[in-house]
Design a protein around this ligand. Structure first.
Ligand code: PMP
Length: 444
């Protein structure tokens, strides 16, 4: 266990009593504004009466229609809503209860497809360093997050790790402009080196979350990756657990890069945290091969398609559509960045303010030119989270990495229906908390 995780687990946490919209209260009556929607989950804030009513109504009928016995209205409605958003050929899905299960299902669908088309030697995955795909063994194995994976090494399915694709920290020899092409070239080299006939899929986060802080795919990266995957029969899996369901503006984050993956995961914002819900979604080409060979997806769980969770998903997605919230999230991207930049004006440690939609972060560095992070042992991001809590703000920290591959990062992921006043309260309190910690650490 890393020091940072020890701190997280042993810290004495306040007890939350209730939430309303963008605000939460604890047992002492203290109020917090939810600047990160918890871990980028609560896209409609808390205790939305319409979502609560939809769940209650569903529970009044039946909580869960078990998948081998029944379909349900809620499941079918949600499936049509998702199809309308994903467009193109991403039409088939397996419902699960969260992000790790969604990723796990994506990996299994890729393997089942490769087997179905007679490519059973394709068992390995390629993924990237500074990535987070979840806490189950399969998802953990493809994650590039040493702080969380080291204890389990040796027990993972085979996975090959590439460099992170980050325009702020381009790989050696690349510039911010060429970072995307350079990282894509790494993928092709790895496929050729290990043999295309051994690789089932490449998995990546279109906008990296917990492991790197709101890092969008550099320009041209996703298109190039798509071409390379196609050329070598390698499936492309987009992990949109954190960045999907409208968090970055479009419902699919990768839609902004003009690319359709073969398989994608979605979770956090799908039911907005009102119920545990996720999905692995694949194209008709993948599904047709699986259906022809096996008749059904081989993956699924007891709570697959949980009816009350699907009802929550339908309600959340209907509200987002009716209120035009995705357009608002898109429009707020530049405002959030400029409000943050204004509130942090003159703070030398601000290395980068980046992200998309309502998924924006500030990366702090010891030196702007070299982008050298502060020593990880200082635990700046965790201290900023603690200061923010004192100041009545929930934000999401990403700790500075011990090997210096990212600085301390503070992620904001406000609910999509935040008012302008709430958004400025969030950016102002973020800046105050960052300034306080830098000052108390003697760094400003
Ligand atoms: N993939 C990504 C991109 C994530 O951000 C996360 C969670 N932070 C997961 C997978 C795992 O999701 P969960 O915690 O719901 O299992």
């Amino acid at each position: 266990m890393t020091k940072a995780e020890t701190l997280t687990i042993t810290a004495i946490l306040p007890k939350v009593t209730h939430g309303r919209g963008s605000y939460l209260w604890d047992t002492t009556g203290k109020q917090y504004i939810d600047g990160s929607g918890g871990p980028a989950v609560y896209c409609l804030g808390h205790a939305h009466p319409e979502v609560n009513a939809a769940i209650t109504a569903q529970l009044g009928q039946i909580a869960h229609g078990y998948r081998y016995n029944f379909s349900t209205d809620a499941l079918e409605e949600l499936t049509e809503i998702i199809r309308a958003h994903t467009g193109g050929s991403l039409r088939e899905m397996v419902y699960v209860t969260g992000g790790s299960e969604a990723v796990e299902s994506c990996l299994k669908i890729a393997l089942q497809y490769q087997t179905a088309i007679g490519q059973k030697s394709r068992r390995r995955f390629i993924s990237r360093e500074r990535s987070w795909h979840g806490n189950t063994l399969g998802a953990l194995g493809v994650s590039g997050f040493a702080e969380r994976t080291t204890a389990y090494e040796g027990a993972f399915i085979p996975s090959i790790k590439l460099s992170p694709a980050n325009a702020y920290r381009p790989i050696e020899g690349a510039t911010p402009e060429t970072a995307g092409q350079a990282c894509a070239a790494e993928l092709e080299t790895a496929i050729l080196h290990h043999g295309a006939d051994t690789i089932a899929a490449f998995i990546f986060e279109p906008v990296v979350g917990a492991a790197g802080g709101c890092v969008p795919a550099p320009d041209g990266y996703a298109k190039r990756i798509r071409e390379i995957c196609d050329r070598h029969g390698v499936l492309m899996i987009a992990d949109e657990v954190m960045c999907g369901a409208g968090r970055t503006g479009p419902w699919r984050a990768l839609a902004r890069d003009g690319v359709e993956p073969d398989i994608m995961s979605v979770a956090k914002g799908l039911a907005g945290g009102y119920m545990p819900l996720g999905a692995a979604i694949c194209t008709t080409r993948i599904w047709d091969a699986i259906r022809t060979k096996d008749g059904a997806f081989g993956t699924g769980h007891t709570f697959t398609g949980h009816t009350a969770a699907c009802a929550a998903g339908v309600a959340v997605q209907n509200i987002i559509a009716r209120e035009g919230l995705l357009a608002r999230v898109t429009a707020n991207e530049s405002r959030l960045k400029s409000w943050l930049a204004e509130a942090l004006h003159g703070v030398e440690a601000v290395g980068d303010i980046r992200g998309r939609g309502h998924f924006i972060c500030t990366e702090l560095v010891a030196d702007r030119d070299s982008k050298q992070p502060f020593p990880a042992a200082r635990q700046l991001a965790l201290k900023i989270r603690a200061a923010a809590m004192q100041n009545g703000l929930i934000c999401y920290p990403v700790s500075g990495n011990v090997d210096g591959t990212n600085g301390d990062i503070v992620i904001l992921a406000p609910p999509y229906n935040c008012t302008d006043a709430e958004l400025t309260e969030i950016t102002d309190k973020t800046a105050v908390s960052i300034r306080q910690v830098l000052q108390s650490e003697g760094l400003a």
